[in-house]
Design a binder for this molecule. Structure first.
Ligand code: ADP
Ligand code: MG
Length: 434
């Protein structure tokens, strides 16, 4: 079972997940609990935080049992790996450090919300130092600023690998500066940023605010590069005038080229982004599901993407068809919270709706109307609560495979039978107050 899970992950190229999970070993299966050996508590907590949801949903969907994870600390098992997940792209040794080949213009969706910024970025990538210098891109978090920076750097470097592209955040710049002062390596620092640099990209310059010395150093760096016609590209979450504690002379330097913003994406843009990313992920994403996710995550492309990755990962592990119900279950923890519903109130509401006694839902009677009500109640319990299959099964005095097949059956009915779909929508609206 464990091998099978790891295998799936491997085939899907989820390498970073694997790095972690490889260090655990399956110990035994106790009732519906798969017990894993972990090297220590720290490791256990980390895995529990990051992967339990993924693993449990997968277990529940691919097997009848077990469906939960347990841990046992076995000291000296294996050292925990680096905390950082491995970078998605292996550096080939020559791509400029910190530049991520994953972020390109090809996979950036251009729309009204980012059209100007994308066009300006393209222009800078095509004629660095001549078009808009500096280019200053600002906008809210998770809207694609960093993506555009990497895209510029990658395009320049792909065309001409002799171009020395330096990309870093303003915090990294600050840290390197402080370190160079402390270790008396300023000449080296200046060489790196002034002499051995053709394209300088500083991400999130708002963090330079109130750092007087770093700002002074950066001012001179900026001037040296600018005078030589070297390209400078900056991002921030606000316009230069609003960055608190930014010196006047830097403000005016930042405003010398082009200042352009990125706005929040429209619904259509969010759908387009989801579609593009799902093609990249090799996931077939039905429109209905794309619309559902796009409606749920409105302000931040990073969250939108995170939701898609989660759906895609659990789909590829479980082979469960990608439906709205599936997505809503997978994303339950991150979806904007709705009214809390428990199994008991679902049973009550369903019983009232189909005019059957609540107790009958927990019995074995095979009367047709009863069976349907029971299956609907199980389906809604799975969809609207966080309960695992065994937990829900216990509330109906059934075993979990009964619940699994009930849920599958109702999911199918929902898609093929409009009367059933209407029933479900009504019940759901009643239960969630929406
Ligand atoms: P920011 O730096 O503005 O906080 P990022 O550039 O880190 O945001 O973007 C967050 C995530 O959203 C990244 O994975 C990026 O690839 C993705 N993203 C943002 N905008 C787009 C877009 N227009 N098309 C494709 N992906 C996008
Ligand atoms: Mg960023």
């Amino acid at each position: 079972l464990w091998e099978m899970l790891l295998d799936r992950l491997k085939r899907d190229g989820k390498d970073y997940t694997l790095n972690w999970l490889n260090r655990m070993q399956p110990l035994e299966v106790r009732e519906d609990v798969l017990v894993l050996a972990v090297p220590d508590r720290f490791y256990q907590d980390w895995v529990d935080d990051h992967y339990r949801g993924l693993l449990e949903s997968t277990l529940a969907l691919v097997t009848d049992s077990p469906t939960r994870l347990g841990y046992e600390v076995v000291p000296g098992l294996a050292p925990p790996p680096e905390l950082q997940p491995a970078p998605a792209v292996k550096t080939d040794g020559s791509r400029p450090p910190r530049l991520n080949a994953r972020f390109t213009f090809q996979n950036f969706v251009v729309a009204d919300s980012n059209q100007l910024a994308a066009a300006a970025a393209q222009a800078v990538a095509d004629t660095p130092g001549r078009a808009y210098n500096p280019l200053y891109i600002y906008g809210g978090t998770g809207l694609g600023k960093t993506h555009l920076l990497h895209a510029i750097g990658n395009k320049i470097w792909d065309r001409d690998p002799t171009q020395r592209v330096v990309y870093l955040s303003s915090e990294q710049f600050t840290n390197e500066y402080i370190e160079s002062v402390r270790e008396q390596r300023m000449p080296e620092f200046r060489r790196k940023f002034r002499d051995e640099c053709d394209v300088l990209m500083i991400d999130d310059v708002q963090f330079l605010g109130r750092k007087e010395e770093t700002q002074r150093e950066f001012f001179h760096t900026f001037n040296t590069l600018h005078e030589q016609g070297k390209a400078i590209i900056l991002t921030s979450d606000m316009v230069p005038a609003e960055v608190p504690g930014l010196e006047e002379r830097l403000r005016s330097r930042f405003s010398m080229g082009l200042i352009t913003d990125i706005q929040e994406p429209s619904f259509e843009t969010r759908v387009a982004i989801l579609q593009k990313k799902s093609v990249m992920e090799g996931l077939e994403l039905p429109d209905e599901v794309a619309h559902f996710i796009a409606r749920a995550f409105q302000k931040n492309v990073r969250e939108l993407e995170g939701a898609l990755v989660k759906v895609s990962a659990i789909h590829s592990l479980s082979r469960h068809p990608v439906t709205v119900d599936f997505a809503s279950h997978v994303l339950k923890d991150v979806l904007p919270s709705r009214q809390v519903v428990d199994v008991e109130s679902i049973q009550k509401e369903v019983a009232r709706y189909y005019k059957v006694p609540v107790e009958a839902l927990k019995e074995d009677r095979r009367h047709k109307a009863l069976a349907h009500a029971r299956q609907v109640a199980m389906y809604l319990s799975r969809k609207l609560t966080k309960g695992s299959f065994p937990e829900i099964a216990a509330r109906f005095n059934k075993d979990h495979s009964t619940v699994i097949s009930a849920v599958r059956k109702v999911e199918k009915l929902r898609e093929t039978d409009t009367a059933v779909k209407r029933e479900l929508d009504e019940l759901e609206a009643k239960l969630t107050g929406e």
